[in-house]
Design a protein around this ligand. Structure first.
Ligand SMILES: Cc1cc2nc3c(=O)[nH]c(=O)nc-3n(C[C@H](O)[C@H](O)[C@H](O)COP(=O)(O)OP(=O)(O)OC[C@H]3O[C@@H](n4cnc5c(N)ncnc54)[C@H](O)[C@@H]3O)c2cc1C
Length: 487
């Protein structure tokens, strides 16, 4: 690739703070609220005009928001945490009170657009109450570096290039943008991770909403028109077993449309010389109304890099076109969908994994399966698959998440939270309740570093753990706390 040299220029400092959080997504917002509530002058920056990341503008809000999301394979209800606490608990109670759902009797089941609006509104309110500043519609660019020390970030918005000075930067961009641009060691997703988690590597997806559906008529038309063995064999042959399953309820119509050359259920996009597929399942119903929703997924392959601007541009365009064409197919072929139309596609292609920092420690699936204990534990995590497997074997396992997964190798002045933290497979730490808790722990750690004037890697972990316990965190039973000298 050819290069040009960017001329040196004087950049105005728009904020000079203790803690700067890059990315106001699920984890970043909790980090910013925690840092501000703990006395740090804090600013949080996001490229979008609203906060919440994947549960805000991304609109994919309900899954795993609560610890008690029951899974049929897990013989107890607490699949993610031994209980709600801290900011996550406050958030979920206020979210439910605003009609966001999940806690009865407010709503039943998933209604993603309603939940996303509530989440975005509430997170902004909680940020404002905490005293944190919010800088929206601003893209975080390079870190401000003094050798290996990060002391803020450059960002771009309508004003041009701006600078934010900070004692500690938290990288909550999801793809470790700040760490990558700082030249810190980075872990990239690998194809072999699929064996550990079917959503890896990267696991990109976009959400969309459909209106104008007559669900009663749709259901009536299904009777006597179910997919035949022959339809299923056709689907498995032409679109693959997983997609056939996802489309099973409209398979006869899909077959008709494909055979007529009017619809292609798998789109192809050229990414770095490789043809990558973009696909999706059917359209599901919202309770009791004429709305439906669906997700477009991108093939899980290491060729796709969520940290590559050109990949994201090509795939972002492809998923939007795919959502439109899917609704067109439904409206032309599927009874009950004659008047259906695409209401909205979430404004970005989200990821479940992607590049992350190589931390002072990298948490692995093996750690989760073995329920490993770490002396620098900041919270306990029941990773979905590990918890399910170990529960099936009769002894459900929760792993200690060590503080070191937040601390990047090679650079100071930086912590990473959420998907940017250090885990293998890349999707390991993604759980959205867990990233809220991680964000809170990270924000508390950053505020302590800023106030004490210590670098994150030198933070006294027992002091951090003490602050986490004060904030209601669960770090283990009484015996364990004694072992850690925390009682
Ligand atoms: C399709 C899909 C379905 C999912 N389903 C589930 C589920 O059912 N259960 C579950 O637990 N998890 C699920 N997840 C995963 C979960 O949503 C994520 O793991 C979670 O959002 C991670 O939080 P985060 O804060 O790390 O990242 P995000 O929520 O992605 O937030 C990152 C934020 O950083 C901002 N940002 C990024 N780069 C920059 C930059 N350079 N400058 C400024 N701002 C920037 C973004 O705008 C965004 O607001 C799903 C994810 C996807 C994509």
């Amino acid at each position: 690739m050819e290069h040009v040299v960017e001329p040196e220029k004087r950049v105005p400092v728009v904020y000079d703070v203790d803690v700067c959080v890059a990315g106001a997504g699920v984890s970043g917002v909790f980090a910013a609220i925690a840092a501000a509530r703990n006395g740090a002058r804090t600013v949080v920056i996001d490229r979008f005009g609203s906060v919440g990341g994947n549960i805000g503008p991304g609109m994919i809000v309900n899954g795993q928001m609560l610890p008690g999301s029951p899974h049929p394979d897990v013989p107890f209800t607490k699949t993610v945490y031994p209980g709600l606490f801290g900011l996550a608990e406050e958030f979920i109670n206020r979210y439910a009170a605003l009609g966001g759902g999940l806690l009865q009797p407010f709503t039943k089941g998933a209604n993603f657009p309603r939940g996303a609006s509530v989440a975005s509104y509430l997170l902004q309110e909680m940020l404002e109450e905490s005293g944190a500043s919010i800088l929206l519609s601003t893209f975080v660019a390079d870190p401000i570096k003094e050798g290996n020390l990060i002391r803020g970030v450059f960002a771009e918005n309508k004003s041009g290039r701006v600078a934010v000075r900070a004692k500690v930067v938290i990288d909550a961009t999801g793809e470790a943008d700040v760490a990558r641009r700082a030249g810190a060691p980075i872990l990239l997703p690998k194809n072999e991770y699929t064996a550990l988690d079917g959503h890896a590597p990267t696991g990109m997806g976009t959400y969309y909403v459909v209106g104008g559906i007559a669900w009663d008529r749709f259901r009536a038309a299904q009777k006597g028109n179910e997919a035949t063995e022959d339809d299923i064999a056709w689907g498995t042959r032409t679109i693959g077993a997983a997609l056939t399953k996802a489309h099973s309820y409209v398979l006869p119509y899909l077959r008709k449309a494909v055979e007529a050359g009017e619809y292609e259920p798998v789109a192809k996009v050229l990414i770095g010389g490789k043809s990558v597929s973009v696909h999706g399942g059917g359209v599901g119903q919202f309770e009791g109304n004429e709305l439906g929703h669906g997700q477009v997924q991108v093939e899980r392959t290491e060729e796709v890099n969520a940290g590559d601007g050109l990949h994201m541009s090509a795939l972002g365009a492809a998923v939007r076109a795919y959502a439109f064409e899917k609704v067109q197919f439904f409206s032309r072929y599927v009874p009950g969908f004659e008047n259906a139309y695409l209401i909205t596609v979430a404004p970005f292609l989200g990821s479940r994994g992607g590049p992350c920092i190589e931390g002072e420690y990298t948490l692995t699936m093996d750690d989760c399966l073995n329920g490993r204990r770490f002396d620098d534990v900041i919270y306990l995590y029941g990773e979905f698959r590990a918890l399910r497997k170990t529960a099936e074997a009769g002894a459900p396992k929760w792993v200690d998440v060590p503080y070191r997964v937040l601390v990047p190798q090679g650079v100071d002045g930086l912590l990473a939270t959420g998907r940017s933290a250090s885990g293998v497979p890349d999707t390991l730490l993604r759980n959205r309740l867990a990233v809220k808790v991680m964000g809170e722990a990270c924000g508390i750690a950053a505020s302590m570093c800023a106030v004490k004037g210590v670098e994150p890697r030198n933070l006294e972990v027992r002091e951090l753990q003490g602050a986490l316990l004060d904030a209601g965190f669960y770090l283990g039973d009484r015996a364990r706390l004694k072992e850690l000298s925390l009682t």
